[in-house]
Design a protein around this ligand. Structure first.
Ligand SMILES: Nc1ncnc2c1ncn2[C@@H]1O[C@H](COP(=O)(O)OP(=O)(O)OP(=O)(O)O)[C@@H](O)[C@H]1O
Ligand SMILES: [Mg+2]
Length: 297
C-alpha cells in the first residue's frame, strides 16, 4: 500500500513539473510516465495459492436464490490441482450459475468458496479473482477480430503494460517465448499473422483459450466449448484441454456427451443446483438417478 501511495504522489509531482507543451506531446509524455510508473505498480499476478494438500478449489455449502428460486442448493465441490473435471447436468441445473459464483459475478447467500487454503474468493471482486488465477471462457468467442492472432495473445498477456507494449512492439524474449508456446498449444502457429476475424469458429475458440492461457491461470472455467464446432474441431479441442490438464485445473461444462466421454476423468452431475453424482464416466452412466434426470432424457 505504502509504495502505491508513494508512486501516486510521485506521479502528481511529475505532472506539476510538466512544461507547457502541445496536447499531443503531453499525451505522449503522460503515456511514457504511465509506463514507468506502472512498472512499479505492476500487479502481482497469480499470488501464491496454498495447495498443500493438492486441492485447488473448495466450494462448500453454497446456495443462491433468485426471487425465491434456489438455483444453487447446498453445493459442495472440490477441484484438485491439475485436474480436468467435466460438469454435466440438464438445462437450468445451475452449471453457469456455479461458474458465476466462482468468478465473483454472483454472490451466494450462504457457503464458502476458497482458492487453495488461503484465498477466500467471496471476499474478492471479479478482477481480484481473475488476477488470483481463475480464467473463464464464455460460450461465444470474444477475440479482437481486427487484430492478428499474435496481437490478440500479446494483448492478453498478464501485466498492465501489455497495451503499451503492443503499441511499441517491444517484447522481452521471455514474453515472445510465452506467446510462441501458447500458439503451439492452440495449434495456430501458421495463423499467427492472420487477422482473428478470418479464423474459423473453432479456431476463434482456441485463440480465446490461448488468450486465457497468457495470464497463466491456475483454474480455467470453460462453458460449452464445442457448441457449433465440427467433429474435427471437437477432437482438436479435446486434445487441447487434455494437454492443459496437469499444469492447470480445468472445469468444463458441456452438454455433448461424446465430447465429455472423450476427455472426462471425473464427471460431476449437477441437478437442481446440487451435486447428484460424481465419479468416472462409467459410474455416472450406470447411476440410475443420473439416467432418470439426465441421460435418460
Ligand atoms: N440472474 C438470474 N436471475 C434469475 N434467475 C436466474 C439467474 N441466473 C440463473 N437463473 C436461474 O437459475 C437456474 C440455473 O441456471 P443456470 O444458467 O445456472 O443453468 P445451467 O445449468 O447453466 O443451464 P444450461 O445448461 O441451460 O446452460 C435457471 O432456472 C435459471 O433460470
Ligand atoms: Mg449454462
Amino acid at each position: 500500500m505504502m509504495s502505491r501511495t508513494l508512486v501516486a504522489e510521485g506521479m502528481n509531482h511529475q505532472k506539476e513539473q510538466l512544461p507547457e507543451t502541445n496536447p499531443t506531446a503531453e499525451l505522449l509524455n503522460e503515456i511514457t510516465r504511465r509506463d514507468q510508473v506502472f512498472s512499479f505498480l505492476k500487479p502481482q499476478y497469480n499470488p501464491k495459492v496454498d495447495v498443500k494438500n493438492g486441492m485447488l478449489l473448495y466450494v462448500e455449502g453454497v446456495s443462491v436464490s433468485f426471487d425465491g428460486f434456489k438455483a444453487i442448493n447446498d453445493l459442495n465441490l472440490y477441484i484438485k490441482e491439475g485436474e480436468l473435471r467435466c460438469i454435466i447436468g440438464p438445462n437450468g441445473a445451475g452449471k453457469t450459475t456455479m461458474m458465476d459464483i466462482i468468478t465473483g459475478k454472483t454472490r451466494p447467500d450462504v457457503g464458502d468458496v476458497w482458492l487453495g487454503q488461503q484465498l477466500n474468493l467471496l471476499k474478492m471482486d471479479e478482477a481480484e479473482i481473475a488476477n488470483a488465477g481463475i480464467g473463464r471462457k464464455f460460450q461465444k468467442p470474444t477475440v479482437f477480430e481486427a487484430l492478428s492472432v499474435w496481437e490478440n495473445l500479446e494483448l492478453a498477456m498478464a501485466g498492465e503494460k501489455s497495451t503499451w507494449h503492443l503499441f511499441r512492439a517491444v517484447l522481452s524474449g521471455e514474453q515472445k517465448c510465452d506467446i510462441e508456446r501458447v500458439l503451439e498449444l492452440i495449434g495456430l502457429e501458421t495463423q499467427s499473422r492472420m487477422l482473428a476475424g478470418k479464423l474459423s469458429h473453432g479456431q476463434k475458440q482456441w485463440l480465446e483459450i490461448g488468450m486465457l492461457l497468457m495470464q497463466k491461470p491456475k483454474l480455467l472455467l470453460v462453458d460449452e466449448p464445442v457448441a457449433g464446432m465440427t467433429h474435427q474441431e471437437m477432437d482438436r479441442t479435446a486434445e487441447l484441454l487434455l494437454s492443459l490438464a496437469g499444469e492447470h485445473s480445468i472445469m468444463v461444462v458441456e452438454h455433448d456427451m461424446d465430447f465429455v466421454r472423450s476427455i472426462a476423468s471425473t464427471v460431476t452431475v449437477l441437478h437442481q443446483g446440487h451435486v447428484l453424482a460424481e465419479g468416472s464416466m462409467k459410474s455416472i452412466q450406470d447411476d440410475q438417478r443420473v439416467r432418470e434426470v439426465y441421460l435418460g432424457q
